[in-house]
Write a protein that binds this ligand. Structure first.
Ligand SMILES: [Zn+2]
Length: 384
């Protein structure tokens, strides 16, 4: 098998891209693809500080390595969950993280938070004590990890939290949410989850790369990682979906990739629609209780515009959500009009600037006669 670029020995065959690459070209390609995803979804810029959640696995360590190679200010965060289950899972994971820092990026900063030291009990003990997740540790584990990541990001002044979720993870979750028709989760599923009050922005720079590509990158770069999966994740539904999707990918290369990419496109209108649903209704503001003028809309999103006479309520959660709302000057239609005006203005200005530049740069040839229209307009001929 030969590299599609240089003809050398290829180490990976990516059927979905019809691309076979040698070790050197594959590393280049992987880094470029990650950068492209970061830019496409406007995840962060080089001036931002990024906190990379590392678990000692291939995805998170590969992600941290790529971000440091690209020159981003990426610091690692390892959360010690205290999971042993006979294989010293947490202890070995931390060991691989330290080994990565020492062997690949000695100047990199790794923050380590131990759950048992922080909360008095490790994850398995916390899971046994709570009803959350019906005895399974994963629900408690996810909650604790999210809490710690947000706290460290807030205290450390990080702009974003980057996780090593790859395309396989994204498609499996998409399939699960679609089968159960969990509209709220579907609307939120995206490579970027914007920051909210107290919660940092979450980004997934490997969301467009397959798991096998991340594994290949780690192997080619000589990154040692923990091969065992978390003992509590064995036999999970997500893993079952991943197996099904792998079979689909074997039959139809690129099916998973196009599924998530198309969902990102289709997801936008869904998110817009859901944001309108959440707005629920505009109710007239009581004069005494609100600073707004009496009779003005008080939707939960807060447009503050006046309603039409005799229509104190402009409900957005019916089919009217897809048409113009009843407010005389609602925020949504106002924004739409402003956007259209702005687009038209930009288009007009761009055309005017293009014409002006073309006229300025125009140089009639020396052979051009004096009666040529361009001479008459005062353009200078080419200097020889
Ligand atoms: Zn090559």
């Amino acid at each position: 098998m030969k590299c599609s670029k240089c003809g050398g020995l290829a180490v990976i065959n990516m059927r979905q891209h019809r691309l076979r690459l040698c070790a050197g070209h594959f590393v280049e390609w992987f880094v470029a693809m990650t950068q492209r995803t970061i830019e496409a979804y406007r995840m962060f810029i080089p001036a931002d500080r990024v906190l990379v959640a590392v678990s000692g696995g291939k995805d998170s360590l590969a992600l941290w390595d790529v971000l440091l190679r690209l020159g981003y200010q990426a610091e690692g965060l390892y959360i010690g969950l205290g999971i042993d289950e006979g294989i010293a899972y947490s202890a070995r994971s931390l060991e691989f993280c330290h080994k990565f820092v020492a062997g690949h990026h000695p100047a990199a900063v790794l923050h380590v938070v131990d759950v048992a030291a922080e909360y008095g009990q490790a994850i398995p003990d916390l899971a046994r004590r709570t009803q959350r997740g019906r005895g399974k540790a994963c629900a408690v584990c996810g909650l604790v990890k999210r809490h710690i990541m947000n706290r460290i990001a807030r205290d450390g002044g990080f702009t974003a939290i980057a996780t090593g979720h790859n395309l396989d993870d994204e498609v499996a979750v998409l399939m699960q949410n679609t089968l159960h028709w969990q509209v709220g989760y579907l609307a939120r599923q995206a490579p970027v989850l914007e920051e909210r009050a107290g919660l940092a922005r979450k980004v997934k720079p490997l969301a467009r790369l397959y798991e096998r590509e991340a594994a290949a990158y780690a192997l080619v770069q000589g990154i040692e990682y923990i091969y065992d999966e978390c003992p509590f994740a064995r036999g999970s539904t997500t893993n079952f979906y991943k197996e099904l999707l792998n079979q689909l990918e074997l039959k139809s290369p690129g099916a998973n990739s196009s599924s998530t990419c198309n969902f990102s496109g289709c997801g936008r209108p869904a998110r817009w629609f859901l944001s309108r649903l959440r707005r629920k209704s505009c109710t007239p503001a009581p004069a005494a209780a609100s600073r707004r003028p009496p009779g003005s809309c008080v939707p939960s999103a807060g447009c503050g515009s006046r309603t039409t006479a005799g229509q104190p309520e402009a409900r957005f959660y019916t089919s009217a959500a897809l048409t113009r709302p009843r407010c005389q000057k609602s925020c949504s239609s106002g924004q739409w009009r402003a956007r259209q005006t702005h687009r038209l203005r930009v288009r007009r200005n761009t055309r005017a600037v293009t014409r002006a530049n073309a006229a300025r740069n125009h140089r009639p040839p020396a052979s051009c006669s004096e009666r040529h229209p361009c001479r008459q307009r005062g353009f200078r001929p080419h200097s020889r």
